[in-house]
Design a protein around this ligand. Structure first.
Ligand code: NAD
Length: 473
């Protein structure tokens, strides 16, 4: 743990294992609620000085951290692959994406502008400033263990806030490597604090109930996000929630089915399907179903699963046995209710893969609304294809979910693309585009996918309070 500028060991530790082969990688300090309280007190003590630094000083720190992160890209990526499982090429991309947030907010820090507003009274002036909210409690998931941290810590520091972060129990090692970078970049003691823990709930409770914490930022499941938002409500803390998704991927009749299927294969199997923006329901117009499914099937059957450090591996393990069981249960349920299984549909155990939690890349067609996979987030390597016809209200079908994070549309018709964008109830819509994400673009969802945005100018506003001065002159 890193509290008040010091690395702390604990007798009580928890293991970090490689999901590709079960190898024990390290033992990590098992933090307690008291540790969280100590870290919050350190962040509160550091806040007055940090919040009064100039935006140029805060920017300089973030530039240095960005530089260090780029220099350490390879080590960070290898560590991430070992503790999280994603293929090394994908881990390298994530480190670059994570570093982008440091660079973006190093630049945005200098653009925290205020406003003057005309008054109806000739002897009055209104002045608006944006001030840092205070101590931030941050909780991050294991699927993107680096970028989910920088997406919170960079804007918090840029705004002048101090932070206590609890990383996911599966991936504390990349978090520790990142906090070493923040320290080496010159973060003053108490500005950034890391509490690792095997049992997240007590830390979350402290974040939500300690009055010194003024802002809670969470990325993870909708179930936990709701719990934390409820716990934080009595103190009316600011909250940002980046939660689960159930993305529709709509391929209209006028789209190129081969191009769309290649896109679907890339974004569906991103991080072995363990990304909140992975398509869960792939709607394909019946007139182009055959070439779409054939291309997707060819792509999926060519994917190689294995240890992410091995050359040519595109599909890593699932994070743990529970994730594997959930994916398998959804596939079985779909097949029992009449879906066609075109490939996969089972755990992978050959060539030593039985040591890890691997699931075969899977393609289901004929998926229907009564199946679990149509409603539940899958978070695994299963593509679920649903044919539709002209008589179907495809936008209503796509919107028929409690989630509202990402959606995708493939069409050559500009009018249809824009109408779909405006009618789809999702925070992010990719139009002939499978990657509508960037440090410069607002990431986030509506409905049960969350509150607030990360990245972009809006991502900074999450850490700023608006202050008005009315001045009589
Ligand atoms: P999770 O909610 O179980 O865990 C996320 C984090 O919350 C972890 O750090 C975990 O330790 C912590 N946590 C769990 N219970 C807690 C509690 N009671 N109090 C405090 N902290 C607690 O989710 P997960 O399975 O690890 O992550 C996958 C989920 O995250 C998916 O639903 C995915 O869609 C979502 N996700 C969303 C985004 C986004 O930006 N919208 C990005 C990545 C992942």
């Amino acid at each position: 743990m890193f509290i008040n500028g010091t690395w702390l060991e604990r007798q009580d530790q928890f293991p970090v294992t490689n999901p590709a082969n079960g190898e024990l990688i390290a033992q990590v300090a098992n933090g307690t609620r008291e540790d969280a309280a100590t870290a919050i007190a350190a962040a509160a003590a550091a806040f007055p000085a940090w919040s009064q630094t100039t935006s140029y000083e805060r920017s300089a720190l973030l530039y240095r951290a960005h530089q260090l992160m780029r220099e350490q890209q390879e080590e960070l990526a290898r560590l991430m692959t070992r503790e999280q499982g994603k293929p090394l090429a994908a881990a390298r991309i994530e480190v670059a994406y994570g570093a982008d947030f440091l660079l973006w907010f190093a630049e945005e820090a200098k653009r925290i502008y205020g406003e003057t507003i005309p008054s109806a009274r000739s002897n009055q002036r209104f002045l608006v400033q944006h001030r840092p909210v205070g101590v931030v409690g941050a909780v991050t998931p294991w699927n993107y263990p680096v970028s989910m941290i920088t997406r919170k810590v960079a804007p918090a520091l840029a705004a002048g806030c101090t932070v206590v972060l609890k990383p996911a129990e599966a991936t504390p090692l990349t978090a520790m490597a990142l906090f070493r970078i923040f320290a080496a970049a010159g973060a003053p003691a108490g500005c950034v604090n890391l509490v690792t823990a095997a049992e997240p709930a007590p830390i979350g409770e402290e974040f939500c109930t300690n009055p010194l914490v003024r802002k809670l930022t969470f990325t993870g499941s909708t179930a936990v996000g709701k719990q934390l938002a409820t716990l934080a409500a009595p103190q009316l803390k600011r909250v940002s929630m980046e939660l689960g998704g159930h993305a529709p991927f709509i391929v209209f009749a006028d789209a190129d089915p081969v191009h769309a299927a290649k896109g679907a294969a890339l974004v569906k199997f991103l991080n072995t399907g363990q990304a909140c923006i992975c398509p869960n329901r792939i709607y394909v117009h019946r007139s182009i179903l055959e070439p779409f499914v054939q291309t997707l099937l060819d792509r999926i059957t060519a994917m190689r699963a294995g240890n992410g450090l091995d050359q040519g591996v595109q599909v890593g393990p699932l994070v743990n046995q529970a994730a594997l069981d959930k994916v398998d249960a959804q596939v079985r349920d779909a097949v029992d209710r009449g879906a066609s299984l075109l490939c996969g549909g089972h755990r992978l155990t050959d060539r030593g893969l039985d040591q890890g939690t691997f699931y075969a890349p899977t393609l289901l067609t004929g998926v229907r609304p009564e199946m679990l996979i149509y409603r539940e987030e899958t978070f695994g390597p299963v593509a679920a294809v649903i044919p539709f016809d002209d008589r179907d209200d495809i936008i209503a079908m796509a919107n028929d979910t409690d989630y509202g994070l990402a959606a995708y549309v493939y069409t050559r018709d500009l009018k249809r693309a824009l109408r779909s964008f405006e009618q789809l109830q999702f925070g992010m819509v990719g139009i002939n585009d499978i990657n509508p994400t960037s440090a410069a673009a607002p990431f986030g969802g509506i409905k049960l996918s969350g509150l607030g945005r990360e990245g972009a100018r809006l991502g900074l506003e999450e850490y700023l309070d608006v202050r008005l001065a009315g001045i009589t002159i």
